[in-house]
Write a protein of this length. Structure first.
Length: 178
């Protein structure tokens, strides 16, 4: 940045954007991990899993309405139900022994998978709201929902498989191995 005049952050040179983005990466990585630990270690299990049960119940309500609507919505409802059910069973599996080290070893993966389930639920709600509406806006909602269910939600299957395996590779690392 000094080569470009040394006058701090400017928008005149691409290097400024690269540097600013690079400075944010450690912040994003840290908060991603913390949010994963918070979701899996606290929110998903507090009050004996009440919040997760509430979420899964709301997802099921949407899936039921989508099944009644038929067409793509019914197909997506089936996919969403499978992913939501898996989220519940994986959460129980992670905590079956009550060992936080094992349960939280892949908390970031859990965050990503749970997030995809929630986003699929939101897209299904939007699809139902769009219905057979005419125009670009509604067509865009239907296309975005189709994209999410075909390209994004399937990513949860290998994530759930990793979580179910109770793999502790990340937790087994020793500081002096770095």
């Amino acid at each position: 940045m000094q080569v470009h005049g040394g006058y701090g952050y400017t928008r005149e040179y691409d290097v400024e954007q690269f540097y600013r983005d690079n400075r944010l990466n450690p912040i994003h990585e840290g908060t991603h991990g913390i949010h994963g630990l918070d979701l899996l270690g606290r929110k998903a299990v507090m009050k004996d899993g009440a919040a997760l049960r509430l979420l899964l119940g709301r997802v099921e309500d949407t899936a039921r309405r989508a099944t009644s609507a038929g067409g793509d919505a019914a197909t997506y409802a089936t996919s969403l139900r499978e992913a939501a059910t898996r989220l519940g069973t994986v959460t129980a599996r992670l905590w079956q022994d009550g060992d936080p080290r094992t349960a939280l070893a892949n908390a970031s993966v859990y965050l990503e998978a749970a997030g995809h389930v929630v986003l699929a639920w939101i897209w299904l709600e939007q699809l139902l709201a769009a219905g057979a509406g005419e125009g670009s806006f509604y067509a865009g909602k239907r296309a975005a929902a189709r994209y999410f269910f075909r390209y994004e939600l399937p990513r949860t299957a290998p994530q759930f498989a990793l979580l179910e395996s109770l793999d502790t590779t990340a937790a087994d690392m020793e500081p002096d191995w770095f």
